[in-house]
Ligand binder design. Structure first.
Ligand code: SF4
Length: 103
């Protein structure tokens, strides 16, 4: 594992935090250029379509739930296609104006 990759994974882990009501926050957010990506891990069912489309960007953790790897390493069109491939709409993408680009 590359150093940058390890740092990214550590950063992703930090984004899963305990919310104010004591429940686990199961969303992961990542900014990629002008895009804001969110994985709702409560919706993810681990089919892996996003991983198939962009393995540099997504992987399944040990619970078979999607996490970010290095989405910034994927060209925009393929990243959007990977996000849109999710069959349960667990990945959302918004632009700076708040418009939804995926799903
Ligand atoms: S495509 Fe959707 S359901 Fe499948 S692993 Fe990715 S986020 Fe989870």
């Amino acid at each position: 594992m590359a150093i940058g990759e390890a740092a990214d994974r550590a950063g992703a882990a930090d984004e899963t935090a305990v919310a104010g009501d004591g429940t686990l926050d199961r969303t992961l957010d990542r900014t990629v250029g002008d895009l804001t990506l969110r994985i709702d891990r409560t919706l993810c069912v681990g089919f892996g379509d996003c991983v198939t489309e962009a393995p540099e960007a997504f992987e399944l953790d040990d619970e078979d739930i999607a996490v970010f790897v290095r989405p910034e390493a994927v060209e925009r069109d393929r990243l959007l296609a990977a996000c849109r491939a999710c069959p349960v709409d667990a990945i959302t993408v918004t632009d700076p104006g708040g418009s939804r680009l995926a799903p």
